[in-house]
Write a protein that binds this ligand. Structure first.
Ligand code: UDP
Ligand code: MG
Length: 333
């Protein structure tokens, strides 16, 4: 099975380009972001809007955003009622984006805005998803590189075979693709997997991913593992199937051992001192059962959270945005 072949229809540059930037405690880097992003947007051949989603920051981020929005009407600010996490913050921004194309970009300049013109160029050729692909990870420690490498290989197996390697959420999405994405309101979100899932013509634009120069990463090891787990569990029944297979293997071993024990008794070879093997079998089987129930529980927990149908985020304030959108965005699941 190869990649789906698409008909590429060349199209003009978008009339309006939206850029969605989630920010959480980024006071150190916001002035640099403002400077570089503004410089890039001024050069673009289309109208632009920037949706900065303040994901419950506790530092001076809000003051800086207010100041920026006051001086530039292209800047829209969406303030979430608390910290909802990166994926939900991006979703909030996507929900009010009005452009014919949308860029999703981190606020820490690790996704360089200078790549945007190249993404627009691919959009004009007819691609609906243009994702930034890191061709180097200068300065990142080898454990981070190794985990990133393993993460993408594993996710490809679990989430979607077309999931591109070495890509974050930095990407351009066309309006048709965005509308498809916005119709997917699942609580446990993995946007990369979701964009692969919707299909559409997709292409990579390689870029050098710089290190974070200011501020610090909001993803600790614990959060990275949780994120990978969300991606695996919310996209794929494979962990469930693996516990089924492990159960089948254990049951087979148990059966073979039982037949062997009975046969020995029938043949007159009494084997009373079998304590060790009984204990070993019990531990193995007991452990296997608990593990399987645990995995099952993870899925049941997800079902519980999905079925509550809570909104993905709650907006508490907005600046420079059209208010007809806002009620919609805050009420919609
Ligand atoms: N971010 C957010 N909410 C969070 C965590 C992060 O909006 O709960 C934003 C953060 O401000 C940044 C982007 O998401 O703009 C990526 O976060 P970070 O740089 O910490 O992640 P990393 O690049 O280390 O994966
Ligand atoms: Mg970063």
């Amino acid at each position: 099975m190869g990649m789906t072949r698409h008909l590429l229809m060349p199209r003009p540059t978008p009339r309006l380009l939206s850029t969605v930037v989630p920010v959480y405690n980024e006071q150190e880097i916001l002035p640099d972001l403002r400077h570089r992003l503004t410089a890039c947007l001024d050069l673009l051949p289309c109208d632009t809007e920037v949706i900065l989603v303040n994901d419950g920051s506790s530092d001076r981020t809000l003051d800086l955003l207010v100041n920026w929005a006051e001086q530039d009407p292209r800047i829209k600010v969406l303030g979430l009622a608390r910290n909802f996490g990166h994926q939900s913050a991006v979703t909030a921004g996507l929900d009010i984006a009005a452009g014919d194309a949308v860029i999703i970009m981190d606020g820490d300049l690790q996704d360089p805005p200078e790549v945007i013109p190249r993404m627009l160029c691919e959009y004009s050729k007819g691609y609906d998803v243009v994702y930034g692909q890191r061709c180097s990870r200068t300065g990142e420690s080898w454990p981070k590189r190794l985990t990133a490498w393993a993460f993408y290989r594993l996710m490809r197996a679990l989430v979607h075979k077309d999931l591109p390697a070495d890509c974050g959420d930095f990407r351009l999405i066309s309006r048709p693709c965005l509308d498809a994405l916005r119709s997917m309101r699942e609580t446990h979100r993995f946007l990369r997997g979701m964009t692969a899932w919707v299909g559409f013509p997709q292409i990579a634009v390689p870029y050098d991913r710089p290190v974070r120069t200011k501020g610090h990463t909001k993803y600790s090891w614990r959060e990275m593992i949780r994120f990978a787990w969300t991606a695996a569990i919310s996209f794929s029944p494979i962990p469930l199937r693996m516990s089924l297979i492990a159960g089948a293997v254990l049951a087979f071993i148990g059966l073979a051992d039982g037949v062997y024990a009975v046969a020995r008794v029938l043949l007159g070879h009494y084997n009373v001192p079998g304590w060790t093997s009984v204990m070993a079998a019990m531990c193995l089987i007991g452990g296997g059962i608990l593990l399987s129930i645990g995995i099952l529980g993870e899925y049941v927990g997800r079902i519980f959270e999905e079925i509550k149908g809570r909104p993905l985020y709650i907006v508490s304030y907005r600046i420079n945005t059209d208010s007809t959108y806002s009620t919609y965005a805050s009420v919609e699941k």
